[in-house]
Write a protein that binds this ligand. Structure first.
Ligand SMILES: Nc1ncnc2c1ncn2[C@@H]1O[C@H](COP(=O)(O)OP(=O)(O)O)[C@@H](O)[C@H]1O
Ligand SMILES: [Mg+2]
Length: 306
């Protein structure tokens, strides 16, 4: 396995004395879809800043695909596309020019740049806007423009700093689909988010950072398995009898009204077992949702050091 990102003992103290990173170590494999999760001020953007050499680190080392970012400045930049947290292109430049200029920074021949520019503006639904000034774009479009710009040199590694902050649900979903597609095609993706459900939906591996320290680094699956119970709200087509009992050891139900129940399932029991039991009892389930976001719960308990 090739390692896409290797961070060792990274420290960053800003000029005002604030210690934003306190010895961060992380390994991210090639092909991974990785989430760096943490509350505001945890140090996520600082890590991304160091990876893209916009922030000078105070200590430690960073490698991208086995190359040190300090000594292999050019090669590591070719491998890396970054979508920053804040919009950072000129509001007066036209959409197409923003992407073309970026291609220019990477020394791409004009014909190739033109082709890639069209490819990614189309993929991100911005081709119709190509001749408009970027300030006329909606917030979601601006974010997609930053993604197109980050991809124009087709890097092996794409890092997105809170890509869906402030983006509406529908757009968020289409962005998720797009990111999943390019990850399936081989691009390693790292994103930071405080939308925990986003990490849960997309990512295979995860690190949680708080106050400049990694407090958890594991697979999404293992992280979720740590939780011993989940609470669901079920809507049923059939009327739920009084004193309804599901008759399973590791599940409890509480009737909310005639057509909805709260179901608590413990870790060992699969949701399939619960559904086959509902079938036996001839209760038809119409819909199901999580009562609480599991990751959210877990996240809070990690931060409290439980
Ligand atoms: N340029 C800077 N100068 C001083 N402090 C900074 C600077 N940038 C970020 N910080 C501080 O460093 C800490 C980590 O910030 P940041 O990496 O932006 O966190 P996150 O992206 O997780 O919200 C915060 O306390 C923030 O206020
Ligand atoms: Mg940030």
């Amino acid at each position: 396995m090739t390692t896409a990102i290797s961070i060792k003992n990274l420290g960053k103290t800003y000029a005002n004395g604030l210690e934003a990173l306190k010895g961060v170590s992380l390994e991210i494999e090639q092909g991974d879809f990785f989430a760096l999760l943490g509350p505001n001020g945890a140090g996520k953007s600082t890590i991304i800043g160091v990876l893209s050499t916009l922030v000078n680190k105070s200590s430690g080392s960073v490698e991208i695909f086995g190359k040190n970012v300090d000594t292999h400045v050019y090669e590591t930049k070719l491998d890396l596309g970054v979508v920053p947290q804040e919009v950072n292109f000129s509001q007066f430049e036209k959409v197409r020019d923003i992407v073309m200029t970026q291609a220019g920074y990477y020394g791409m021949p004009r014909a190739l740049a033109t082709e890639r520019c069209e490819k990614y503006l189309r993929k991100l639904g911005l081709w119709e806007k190509r001749d408009e000034r970027s300030r006329s774009l909606s917030g979601g479009m601006k974010r997609r423009l930053m993604i197109a710009r980050a991809l124009v040199h087709e890097p092996r590694l794409l890092i997105l700093d809170e890509p869906t902050a402030g983006v509406d649900i529908e757009l968020r979903r289409s962005m998720w689909e797009f990111l999943t597609e390019i990850n399936n095609n081989g691009t390693t993706i790292v994103l930071t988010t405080h939308y925990l459900e986003e990490a849960e939906q997309l990512c295979r591996n995860i690190a949680i950072i708080d106050e400049g320290k990694i407090i958890e680094n594991t697979s999404m699956r293992e992280l979720l398995a740590e939780l011993d119970s989940q609470t669901f709200i079920l809507d049923t087509a059939s009327k739920i009898p009084e004193n309804f009992d599901i008759g399973l050891e590791c599940a409890t139900v509480r009737k909310i009204d005639d057509h909805s129940i709260e179901l608590v399932v413990s870790g060992e029991l699969s949701i399939n077992d619960v559904f086959s039991q509902f079938d036996k009892l001839e209760v038809k389930v119409d819909g199901m949702r999580n009562k609480t976001n599991r990751l959210e719960q877990l996240f809070l308990s990690k931060l409290k050091g439980e």
